[in-house]
Design a protein around this ligand. Structure first.
Ligand code: ATP
Ligand code: MG
Length: 429
C-alpha cells in the first residue's frame, strides 16, 4: 500500500553550506508548528528534502489543507504531492499510472527516475525503462517525449522507499522563519505595514509587531484590527509577539508643545526611538516599516532622514520602491486587504495637521524635538507597553522585561488585562 507524502523542495536553504542542517531543522520545526492541529504521521528530513507524511486514513480534504499549509510556509520552494511506495516494481509502476491518470489532459510524457543514497540494484536508466514501458502499455495513444513533455513522471528512490509524483506546485519561497534573527516591525492596521512584515518574515526573520494606538484618546479598534491581521498571516508562523503602546495621551502633550506642521515627524521620531528601546530588550537587530518613497508627507527623502536620525538600528523598508497597487495586490493575496480597508482611528489620525511639513530640515526638526521631554515620555511608554504572544516556534521571549506589562486580551471582548510581571514571566517560559 502506498501512502500520501508531500515532498518539500528548497532552493536557498540548499545553498547554505555548513549551515544547511540547521536551516533544515528550522524548517522542520516550523512545519510541525504550522501543522500542529492536523493529523500528520511525521515531518522529517530525508536526503536533501523534507517530507510530510499523511496517515493512510486521512481524507482528501485533510490532505489538501495540509498541502496548502506546507506551500505557505517560508523556506518551501516547491512541494510535490507523492505516493510513497516500497521498493516493489508492482507498487511504484501502479502509482506512476495512477498519478499520470489523475493529472488531467496530456498528449506527451516522460519518466524521470532518480536515486539517492540507495542500495537498490536498479539504475536510474533501468527504472526509466521499467516504468516507461509499463506506462506506454497503458497509454498507447500518448507520445513519449524527452524534450518539454506535457507531463513528467518522477520516480525518486530515497532510502528504501520510492516517491512517485507528477504534480509539483511552487511554494512561498524565502527562508525558514528563525534563520535571520529578530526584527521590530512598526505595524498599523493600514495596507502597507502588514505586507512589509510578511516580506521580511519570508526572508527568515522573526517579526515582533509594534503598534502605536491612539488609546485613550480614541477607541482601541486599530489594536483589534492589527491582531486580526496577524492572525491572517499565521500560516507563516513568523509573528512572535504584538506589542501595543497606548500613545494617545503622549501625543496630546506633544501636540501642545510643537508647531502643528511638525507633529507627524515628532510622533514618528518617538516611534523610532521607542522601537529601538524595545529592540534592545528583545535583542532585535533591525526595524521594519511599510514606507514607500513619496507615498505621504512623512515619506519624502528629507523627512525619512529626520525620522531615521532617531534609529540606532538599520531601518528595513521592503516596500520603498513599490507602487500602492502592487502593495494592494500582495495584501489581497495574503488576505489582509479587507481588514486593512476597515476604518480605524489610530495614533496617526490623531491631532493631524492640515498641512504637514513635507521637506523638513534637520535644524527645524531638532528645535521642535527639544520642545518636549522626549526621554521621560519614552520611559513612560515603556511602562504602558502591552503585548500578546503568538505561535512562533522560532521565537524566544526575553526572560525579564524591565517593566511591568499588561497582556492584550486574547479574545475581542475580554479586555480585562492582567497587570503583573508574573504574566510576562509565564509566557516567557
Ligand atoms: P500602512 O503604511 O501600514 O498602510 P498607514 O498608511 O496608516 O499604514 P503611514 O502613514 O503610511 O501609515 O506610515 C508609514 C509607516 O509607519 C507604516 O507603514 C508603519 O510601518 C508605520 N506606522 C504608521 N502608523 C503606525 C502605528 N500606528 N503604529 C505602528 N507603526 C505605524
Ligand atoms: Mg502607508
Amino acid at each position: 500500500m502506498s501512502q500520501v507524502v508531500f515532498l518539500v523542495h528548497y532552493h536557498e536553504i540548499g545553498l547554505k553550506g555548513k549551515n544547511r542542517s540547521s536551516f533544515e531543522r528550522r524548517l522542520v520545526d516550523n512545519l510541525k508548528a504550522a501543522l500542529k492541529d492536523e493529523q500528520i504521521e511525521m515531518v522529517g528530513r530525508i536526503s536533501g528534502h523534507v517530507i510530510v507524511r499523511m496517515p493512510g486514513s486521512s481524507t482528501q480534504q485533510q490532505r489538501e489543507r495540509v498541502y496548502a499549509r506546507v506551500l505557505a510556509t517560508p523556506g518551501v520552494a516547491r512541494v510535490s504531492w507523492c505516493q510513497c511506495c516500497e521498493l516493489d516494481p508492482r507498487q511504484y509502476c501502479l502509482a506512476a499510472w495512477e498519478e499520470l491518470s489523475k493529472s488531467g489532459d496530456f498528449t506527451s510524457f516522460k519518466v524521470h527516475a532518480r536515486r539517492s543514497n540507495t542500495v537498490y540494484p536498479k539504475t536510474s536508466l533501468e527504472l526509466n525503462e521499467e516504468v516507461g514501458s509499463y506506462l506506454c502499455d497503458r497509454f498507447p495513444d500518448k507520445k513519449v517525449q524527452m524534450h518539454d513533455p506535457d507531463r513528467t513522471v518522477v520516480v525518486y528512490v530515497i532510502q528504501g522507499s520510492v516517491y512517485v509524483y507528477v504534480n509539483s506546485e511552487q511554494g512561498v519561497g524565502g527562508l525558514p522563519v528563525g534563520s535571520a534573527g529578530k526584527v521590530i516591525s512598526l505595524i498599523s492596521s493600514g495596507i502597507d505595514s502588514p505586507v512589509a512584515s510578511w516580506r521580511i518574515m519570508r526572508r527568515g526573520a522573526v517579526v515582533l509587531g509594534l503598534h502605536f494606538s491612539g488609546r485613550p484618546q480614541v477607541a482601541d479598534t486599530s489594536e483589534w484590527l492589527v491582531q486580526d491581521i496577524i492572525e491572517r498571516l499565521a500560516p507563516a508562523a513568523g509573528f512572535g509577539r504584538l506589542y501595543v503602546v497606548p500613545f494617545g495621551d503622549i501625543q496630546r502633550r506633544i501636540a501642545a508643545s510643537v508647531p502643528a506642521d511638525l507633529l507627524v515627524l515628532m510622533y514618528r521620531r518617538m516611534m523610532f526611538s521607542f522601537a529601538c528601546r524595545l529592540a534592545k530588550v528583545e535583542n532585535a537587530k533591525a526595524l521594519v516599516t511599510g514606507e514607500s518613497l513619496g507615498q505621504v508627507a512623512s515619506q519624502t527623502l528629507e523627512n525619512i532622514m529626520v525620522t531615521d536620525e532617531c534609529a540606532t538600528l538599520p531601518v528595513l523598508r521592503p516596500l520603498i520602491g513599490n507602487d500602492k497597487r502592487e502593495i494592494m495586490a500582495d495584501a489581497q493575496r495574503l488576505g489582509t486587504l479587507d481588514i486593512s480597508n476597515e476604518h480605524a482611528a489610530d495614533c496617526c489620525t490623531l491631532f493631524m495637521p492640515r498641512t504637514p511639513e513635507t521637506h523638513c530640515s534637520l535644524r527645524k526638526a531638532h528645535a521642535a524635538w527639544e520642545q518636549f521631554d522626549h526621554e521621560a515620555m519614552l520611559d513612560e511608554m515603556m511602562g504602558l507597553l502591552e503585548y500578546r504572544s503568538f505561535d512562533c516556534p522560532a521565537y524566544a521571549a526575553p526572560r525579564a522585561l524591565p517593566h511591568v506589562h499588561r497582556e492584550l486580551a486574547p479574545a475581542r471582548f475580554e479586555m480585562a488585562s492582567v497587570d503583573s510581571s508574573a504574566t510576562a514571566e509565564a509566557s516567557d517560559r
